[in-house]
Design a protein around this ligand. Structure first.
Ligand SMILES: [Zn+2]
Ligand SMILES: [Zn+2]
Length: 217
C-alpha cells in the first residue's frame, strides 16, 4: 500500500496508450489511488480531439471515487513547449518532457531551461537521457534547480525511467520544489505503479506538503 497514493502521469488511447480514460480511472480506483492524472502526448491531441479529451476526463472524473486531473505531456522543442496558451488554460497542469534526440547533457539542459521559462507545471522524467548523453556537471544541475525554485515548477519522480536520483530529489525538498509520482503508464494495469517513486521520495525525507497534489491526498 502506498502512503501517498497518486499517479500524475498516465497515457490513454488519446495518444499511444492502450486503455481508455475510463479504464485508467477504474484501474486507479482498484489500486486505491486518491489522485490520478491523465496526461496524453500533446502532439496527438492538438491536431484535433483536444476538447473532446478534456470533456471526457471531466465527465468520467466527476463520477470517480478519486480526484482526476486533466493534463498533457508536452514536448519541449527548441522553440519552447508545443502546447498553445489556449490549451494550457483548459488543463489542470502541463508536464513538459524532453523527447528530442540530444547528444550531450548540455543540449538536454538547454531544452529543460527553455521549458522552465515556459507555461508548465512539472518537468517529466528529468535526466532520462543522461544514461547515454552522460551526466551534466553539478553546477549546471544546481542552475536548473534554482530556476525551477524561482519559477515554482515541480519535478516528477518517474518510476518508469527511475529518475531523478535520490540526491536531486533531496535537493528539491530542501528548496521547496514540489514533486509528483509518475508511472508513465501506457496501459491500465500499470496505472499506480509508483512504488519506486514513493521509495525515493520517502528516503529523501519527503512529506505530503512536498507533493504538488498533496492537498488531494
Ligand atoms: Zn515522456
Ligand atoms: Zn509519458
Amino acid at each position: 500500500m502506498l502512503e501517498f497514493p497518486h499517479d500524475a502521469h498516465t497515457h490513454t488511447v488519446y495518444s499511444d496508450g492502450l486503455g481508455s480514460i475510463y479504464d485508467n480511472i477504474a484501474a486507479a480506483e482498484q489500486r486505491g489511488l486518491r489522485v490520478l492524472g491523465i496526461t496524453d502526448h500533446s502532439h496527438y491531441l492538438l491536431g484535433g480531439g483536444f476538447n473532446r479529451y478534456v470533456r471526457e476526463i471531466r465527465r468520467w472524473g466527476s463520477e470517480a471515487e478519486l480526484t482526476v486531473l486533466a493534463g498533457v505531456e508536452a514536448n519541449i522543442t527548441w522553440d519552447g513547449i508545443d502546447v498553445p496558451h489556449w490549451a494550457v488554460k483548459k488543463l489542470d497542469y502541463v508536464i513538459a518532457s524532453v523527447h528530442e534526440w540530444v547528444s550531450t547533457p548540455e543540449e538536454y539542459l538547454t531544452l529543460v531551461r527553455t521549458a522552465l521559462k515556459d507555461d508548465v507545471d512539472v518537468i517529466g522524467h528529468f535526466g532520462a537521457s543522461f544514461n547515454y548523453t552522460g551526466y551534466p556537471p553539478e553546477g549546471e544541475l544546481r542552475e536548473i534547480l534554482e530556476l525551477a525554485e524561482v519559477r515554482g515548477i515541480a519535478f516528477e519522480i518517474s518510476s518508469r525511467y527511475r529518475v531523478p536520483g535520490l540526491d536531486f530529489v533531496r535537493e528539491c525538498i530542501r528548496r521547496g520544489i514540489k514533486l509528483t509520482f509518475a508511472s508513465d503508464a501506457h496501459f491500465p494495469e500499470a496505472v499506480g505503479s509508483v512504488s519506486w517513486s514513493e521509495r525515493v521520495f520517502k528516503k529523501a525525507g519527503g512529506n505530503r506538503e512536498d507533493l504538488l497534489f498533496g492537498e488531494f491526498l
